[in-house]
Design a protein around this ligand. Sequence first.
Ligand SMILES: C[S@@+](CC[C@H](N)C(=O)[O-])C[C@H]1O[C@@H](n2cnc3c(N)ncnc32)[C@H](O)[C@@H]1O
Length: 217
Amino acid sequence: MDVRERTKQLQAEFAAKGDVTGWFDALYAEADGNNEKIPWADLEPNKFLVEFAEKTKLQGNGRKALIVGCGLGDDAKYLRELGFEVTGFDISPTAIEWAKKLNPEIHFEVADLFNPPKEWLNAFEFVLEIYTIQPLPLDLRPQVIDSIANFVMPKGKIVVVTRGREDDEIPPELPWALSRKDLSQFEKNGLTQTHFEEMWGDEEEPIRRFVVEYQKD
Ligand SMILES: C[S@@+](CC[C@H](N)C(=O)[O-])C[C@H]1O[C@@H](n2cnc3c(N)ncnc32)[C@H](O)[C@@H]1O
C-alpha cells in the first residue's frame, strides 16, 4: 500500500478509537527503521526552513531552541549547525529513539505538546514548528497553537512551516492545511507576525506552504 494511504488509514483507525495522536508512534514503529515508510521523513532539513534561514541569515548565537514534533530530528540538526542550543521533542517514543541514534549529540525528549514539562513554558528564545499542527484535528487547532506559543519567552521568536490554504477553503483530507485565520491564534497569544511568505513545493502538483515568523511581545 502507498505510504500516504497507509498513513491516512492509521490516522483514521486511531481516531475511531478516540486517540488523535497514537497513530504517529504506530507509523514510526511499523516503518521499523525505514524512513521511506514515513511520508515526511527524508533525512534532510526542511527545504522551506532552509530557504527562510538563508534569506534571513538566521544564526543561533547560542540561543535556546525548541523543536516541536521533531520526528527524526533533521531540523534539530540543522538548527544546531546554525549555532542554536537545541532541544527536540516528539510524542512518539520510537521517533525519539530513532532521532537519538541519528544525532547522538542532540538533546531529544519524549513529550506531549498538550502536557509539556512545566519548565519549558516561556523558556525558549526560538521555537520551530514544522508540520505538527496540520495532522492534528481541526477542532484542537487553537489549543495546539496556544501550547506552541507558550514555549517562547518574551522577545523570543517562533517559526512555523505549514501547508497553507485560504480562509474559506475546507481542507479535504489529512494533512489539514492552515489558513491565515488559523494562524491568527498565535497573535491571540501575544505574538506579532514579523515574516509571512508563501512558498510552493516542487511536487508534480505543487503544494502551497506558509512560512511564518512571530515575535513574542
Ligand atoms: C507530520 S510529522 C512532522 C515531523 C517533523 N516536524 C518533520 O517535519 O519532519 C508530525 C510530528 O509531530 C509529532 N506529534 C504529533 N502530536 C504531537 C504532540 N501532541 N506532542 C508532540 N509531538 C507530536 C508526531 O509524532 C510527528 O513526529
